[in-house]
Design a protein around this ligand. Structure first.
Ligand code: AKB
Length: 318
């Protein structure tokens, strides 16, 4: 990776991955792309930033050509809950954005990173120890775009030799950018509530178990996969990766070890609950471990400790 373009750079993964890539590959060599003006100057101050819509194939093409990019991290997408509100728009952004990136990569010989998700599985897949290769019949629109994206990336690899690689991320917990419109967002919101009001009203049931990962591990996984020896990759796209698996009740209990007065209540959002109930509780990520030595650093306790310190500092509550 010498010259990198990253779409969705203002999003939850993008805002941290851009910084990490700039640290590793040089600020001038990472072109950040977002559909809006970034909330903080961090993305624009230290390297190139371009505002464009990933559905604009001509503008995207021009940018890749002008910058002579050899790698694209394509993160721009609508997440699960918002995709249920706007299914047509989600299909348009998630699928047309991806095919634009793949076409440009075919023409310019770029490698492509595509983040899939636990959402690529549906109720027919085993919820525990979900295998790398199993039935994928997702019931959410977001999940349908993710499984279609996995297949499209496989197609571009087999048909046109585009070096596509991807991960099935679990819910991601991060201290920087807020997630927007996801089903696993509760696992971030809860920290702000714990710091600010000592109470959180959760939109998922107390015992809804889902796979999760702390953002430093998610960033590390993306870079590690993109720099892995291609000879070892049997799966390439859509590797299951996980770090921990917990319920809202278990997360709240871990937070209470640090903030004893913290309380949690539950007001269920039926749309997000139905989505969560259709997803794996715990994926098997042995293929990622075997093919590119994937290993998470953060477990629940380490993640909670770090998140509380970072969110407290962010909220001026040091
Ligand atoms: C979402 O909740 O939509 C995402 C995901 C699990 O892909 N965080």
């Amino acid at each position: 990776m010498k010259k990198i373009l990253i779409t969705g750079a203002t999003g939850q993964i993008g805002s941290e991955l851009t910084i990490a890539l700039r640290e590793n590959y040089g600020s001038a060599n990472v072109v950040a792309v977002g559909h809006k003006k970034p909330a903080s100057s961090e993305l624009t101050q230290f390297g190139p930033y371009c505002q464009l819509d990933v559905r604009d194939a001509i503008a995207l093409h021009q940018l890749v050509e002008e910058n002579n990019c050899d790698t694209i991290f394509h993160l721009a997408a609508l997440l699960s809950a918002v995709a249920e509100e706007k299914p047509q728009q989600a299909w348009d952004i998630n699928m047309n954005g991806l095919i634009n990136v793949l076409e440009i990569s075919r023409l310019h010989h770029c490698a492509v990173f595509f983040p899939s998700s636990i959402a690529a599985f549906g109720p027919g897949a085993p919820a525990m120890d979900t295998p790398q290769d199993t039935v994928q019949r997702p019931t959410s629109l977001y999940g349908i775009t993710k499984v279609s994206g996995e297949l499209l990336c496989d197609y571009y690899y087999h048909r046109f030799a585009v070096d596509t690689r991807g991960l099935r991320y679990p819910g991601l917990v991060s201290s920087k950018a807020l997630p927007g419109g996801g089903t696993t967002d509760y696992a971030v919101d809860i920290f702000y509530a714990a710091i600010k009001t000592r109470h959180y009203d959760c939109f998922l049931h107390a015992d809804t178990q889902l796979d999760m990962m702390y953002m430093p591990d998610a960033i590390n996984a993306a870079i590690k996969l993109m720099t892995a020896d291609s000879q070892r990759l049997r799966h390439r796209n859509a590797f299951n990766v996980t770090a921990m698996s917990f319920t809202p009740q278990q997360l709240a209990a871990e937070i209470q070890k640090h903030i004893s007065e913290f309380t949690i209540s539950y007001s269920i959002d039926p749309v997000r609950q139905a989505i969560a109930d259709s997803w794996p509780k715990h994926m098997n990520d042995s293929a990622a471990r075997a093919e590119w030595d994937w290993q998470a650093e953060y477990n629940l306790a380490a993640m909670v400790e770090d998140m509380l310190a970072k969110i407290a500092a962010k909220c001026g509550n040091k």
